[in-house]
Ligand binder design. Sequence first.
Ligand code: FAD
Length: 405
Amino acid sequence: MATATTNGSKVIKPDHQADRKHMIFTQEHEDLRESMQAWVQKELWPNRNEWEETTWPNEVLTRAGELGFLGLCFPEEYGGQGGDYYYSLVRAECMSYTGSGGLNMGFVVHTDMVLPPIEMLGTEDLKQRYLPSAIRGEKIGCLGITEPDVGSDVANIRTTAIRDGDEFVVNGSKMFITNGARADFIVLVVKTDPEKTHDGISLLVVDLRDETGETVPGFTVSRKLEKMGMHSSDTAELSFEDVRVPVENLLGEEGKGFYHIAWELQSERMVACAGAVAGAQRMFDRTLEYAKERKAFGRSIGNFQVIRHKFAEMATKIEAARQFTYATAWRYANGEYPVREISEAKLYTSRIACEVADECIQIHGGYGYMKEYEIERAYRDVRLNRIGAGTDEIMLEVIGRSFGI
Ligand SMILES: Cc1cc2nc3c(=O)[nH]c(=O)nc-3n(C[C@H](O)[C@H](O)[C@H](O)COP(=O)(O)OP(=O)(O)OC[C@H]3O[C@@H](n4cnc5c(N)ncnc54)[C@H](O)[C@@H]3O)c2cc1C
C-alpha cells in the first residue's frame, strides 16, 4: 500500500508491485527461497532442454545435498536442518522454476514422498541406514504404490511380501515409478497378508542396488516408459521375483501400511499443491511479458480487453489456490489432519494449473505451440497433476465421502 499526502488529506493507493509475503513464512523461509532460486537459475534452468533428452543427472541431487536443500525438514542427527514443514513448500515452489517438470517431480519424490515416511515410521536402525546418505543426495529413493493392474484402488495391490524366517520374500511388479530406473532403494507398498485388503498391507524399505550399483538379485527394471510430458524424469516398471528383504526393513506396523501410505499422501499432496500454484504463477508471468510485447492490430495483445480479462481470471484463480494451499498447510503443520481440505486443495490447484496452462498457450497463439517458448512443455508437464498422487476423481470421492455420503 502506498500512501501520499494531497492537500492535507491522506490518499491511499495500491502498490501492485509490492512484495507479498505470506504470514506462514518467516524471514528464514524467504532467505531459503532466495538462495534456492539463485541455484535454480544458475545451475538448473540452463540445462532444462538438454535434460528433456537425457533425463536429469544424479549429480543434481548430490549438489542439492551439498547445499543443504534435501534435509530442510529432517532432524539434525540425520544430517538435516530441523526446519518446519513450510520449508518443503518453499522448496517445491522454487523447483517449479527449473523449467523442467520432470526434474521437479524426481526431486520431490525423493524429498517429500520417500524420506518422510522413513523419518516418521522407521526404527532408529532404518533411519540411520537410509536418511543420512539420502539427505546428502548420495542415495536416491523411489516410492512404489502403483501396479500394472491397480492404481487408485490401493487396497487391492497384488505385490506380496511373505515372511520366511528373518526375511520377507517379495514378488510382484510396480508401474509408473518415478526415479525407478535409477533409485538405490524403494519404499514399497506390499501385501504381507494377501487374504486381506486394507489390513493386509505393509510398507518395506527395499534396497534395489548394492554398493557397486548392481541391481540386487530378483529385482529388474523391466521397462523404461515413454511419456507425454515430464521427459526429464525417468518412469519405470519394476519387477520383483523372490527378492529377499530383512524383517528389520519393515516400515511402521505390519498390516497398517494402507493407513501409513494414506498419511504419506497427505503431505505429498500439499507439496504438489504448492508446486502447482508456483508453476501456474510462472506460466502467468511469462505469458504476461509476452502479452505486453506481442503486437496485433497496432497494439499489445494484452491491451485487448478479452486478453486482459483472461489474465484477471487466471490471477484470481492462482491467488485463491495459493491462499487455500497456505491455509491448509498451516493446519497440517499445526498438527491437524485435514484430509478433506487437502483433497480439495489438490483437486483445485491441479485443475487451475491445467486451466492456466491452456489459457497461456492460447494467449501465445502459434508460438505457444512451439517448443522454444517453453509454455508447451509446461502444458504437457502440468497435466500429470490431475492424475498423480490421487486423481481428480479420487479426490472428489474422498471429499464427498467425508460428508458421510
Ligand atoms: C508420470 C507418472 C509418474 C508416476 N509416479 C509414480 C510413483 O513414483 N509411484 C507410484 O506408486 N505411482 C506413480 N504414478 C502412478 C499414479 O499415482 C497413478 O497413475 C494414479 O494413482 C492413478 O492410477 P491408475 O493410473 O492406475 O489409474 P486407475 O486407478 O486405473 O484409474 C483410471 C481412471 O478411473 C478413475 N477411477 C478409478 N477409481 C475410481 C473411483 N472409485 N471413482 C471414480 N473414478 C475412478 C480414475 O480417476 C481415472 O480417471 C505415476 C504416474 C505417472 C503418469
